[in-house]
Design a binder for this molecule. Structure first.
Ligand SMILES: Cc1cc2nc3c(=O)[nH]c(=O)nc-3n(C[C@H](O)[C@H](O)[C@H](O)COP(=O)(O)OP(=O)(O)OC[C@H]3O[C@@H](n4cnc5c(N)ncnc54)[C@H](O)[C@@H]3O)c2cc1C
Length: 418
């Protein structure tokens, strides 16, 4: 077998794109071709739409796509977490049924973890799933559920055994969001978007084959989803912006961003828009102010350092090491960077940073940054929780004393009556 390296991969993907990329194809049609070829997710197993390439060579493939303007598989949103979780814990049936439609963008996913009484303490979930007759019946409430109003499928954490200790009584399901037992109510955020929701499940049904891993293994599966989410927090800064090129595939991608991807429109702002700092510094003249220059330098250094840390983590994965708690380092770094970037944007725009009309700084984008950045320190686990994980699982410091893991969950004192 010939050696796989950067040059060989570049030559192969370049030739493949020259022979296959056609912007006049339908978006789903093109993404199906990508799934069949393995070039859409080349680091995935070749049995499941990939090419078994080392993760470190994925940027080479992405560069080639970018240079010809070829559209990739659908990569944004909870669907990426669904895919990672299904690849790690799903059955062949799950992979068969869900992975292709995740890549083509035909199915939208949401993550039903947080509840009114358990966000940071997500293992305290009290949504219950009971096996009745020949299926699971789910009752409970979730909250902060991004994209639930658009989703076809949900990643659901629910309690299946109240007599076991907290983390052992949880199971993980894939739930059909378009059924009568599921009610979704959007919540409006301070940045004007309504991208997350509260979700009520009343005798909602889950077929037995849509349990992921065994009954009682829900916490292990949830940890996989969360570790991928935290690692992905770093990627929010490199959001794909719709191309303005002509062609059916581009038209359909623009429509996808306008409609199904609408809940994620503000995500680049949430990450602080480090990319806008230098252009804004030049336009506003802030670049000539030595104090602001110092602040700009700090943000750019932090951002570069975080990028290299993320690359180190990629390399570890490439060497076959599983996704570990180091994702929390990246998540915490993203939070610091977003806040520092928002501060610099304020210095550059002054009081006008608060304005939102069309003639305001960047047509309101700067104001959107200021009110979106706080989400980075909450979503996917707060900064405090990341610090706990880093201290306990990376630095191996002593664990916080706990009184909720030594008794059946039904005896653990908690806020909500269940
Ligand atoms: C933009 C956005 C999108 C989201 N999308 C989803 C989604 O799709 N699906 C989903 O399930 N959830 C989602 N969430 C919810 C998110 O995971 C929770 O908000 C987060 O885990 C915090 O939980 P909480 O809001 O209940 O806060 P709480 O857990 O009540 O925390 C309140 C405060 O107490 C601190 N705190 C709590 N416990 C500790 C501790 N042990 N040590 C130190 N400090 C502590 C926290 O850091 C925080 O400052 C989203 C959140 C945001 C902002």
């Amino acid at each position: 077998m010939s050696e796989i390296n950067e040059d060989s991969v570049r030559a192969e993907v370049r030739a493949w794109l020259a022979a296959n990329w056609n912007p006049e194809l339908g978006l789903v049609e093109w993404r199906n071709i990508l799934a069949d070829s393995g070039w859409g997710v080349p680091h995935w197993p070749s049995r499941w739409y990939g090419r078994d390439l080392p993760v470190g060579l994925v940027p080479v493939v992405e560069e080639e796509f970018k240079s010809v303007g070829a559209i990739g598989v659908a990569k944004v949103g909870i669907r990426t977490l669904a895919a990672a979780t299904i690849l790690a814990h799903g059955t062949d049936m799950h992979k068969e049924k869900f992975l292709r439609r995740i890549l083509t963008g035909e199915d939208i996913w949401c993550q039903l973890f947080s509840e009114p009484g358990s966000g940071s303490d997500v293992a305290g979930a009290v949504t219950r799933a009971e096996f009745r007759g020949n299926q699971w019946v789910v009752n409970g409430q979730k909250v902060w559920t991004t994209s639930a109003h658009k989703a076809h499928w949900g990643l659901l954490l629910a309690r299946t055994d109240w007599d076991l200790v907290k983390h052992k009584g949880l199971s993980y399901f894939i739930i059909d969001m378009k059924q009568p037992g599921v009610t979704v109510q959007p919540l409006r955020q301070m940045n004007g978007y309504a991208s997350f929701n509260q979700v009520f499940m009343t005798d909602a049904k889950v077929e037995p084959e849509f349990l992921v891993a065994d009954v009682g293994q829900g916490w292990a599966v949830t940890t996989t989803t969360l570790m991928h989410e935290r690692r992905g927090a770093d990627g929010l800064r490199t959001w794909a912006i719709a191309s303005d090129k002509p062609g059916r595939a581009y038209d359909e991608e623009r429509e996808e961003i306008r409609t199904t991807m609408e809940p994620y429109k503000w995500y680049p702002q949430r990450a602080g828009r480090v990319d806008l700092i230098m252009p804004r510094a030049k336009v506003t003249g802030g670049i000539n102010d030595p104090v602001i220059r110092q602040e700009i330098a700090k943000v750019l250094i932090m951002s570069k350092a975080a990028e290299w840390t993320a690359r180190r983590s990629r390399t570890a994965q490439e060497q076959g090491k599983p996704q570990g708690p180091e994702g929390s380092l990246g998540k915490l770094a993203s939070s610091h960077i977003a806040r520092a970037a928002a501060r610099v944007h304020t210095q550059l725009s002054g009081a006008n940073a608060l304005l939102t009309a069309e003639d305001s700084p960047m047509g309101g984008v700067i104001a959107e940054i200021l009110v979106s950045v706080p989400a980075t320190s909450i979503a996917g686990g707060t900064d405090e929780i990341q610090r706990n994980i880093i201290s306990e699982r990376v630095l191996r410091m002593p664990k916080e004393p706990r009184e909720d893991t030594d008794r059946p969950f039904r005896d653990v004192p908690r806020n909500l009556v269940s």
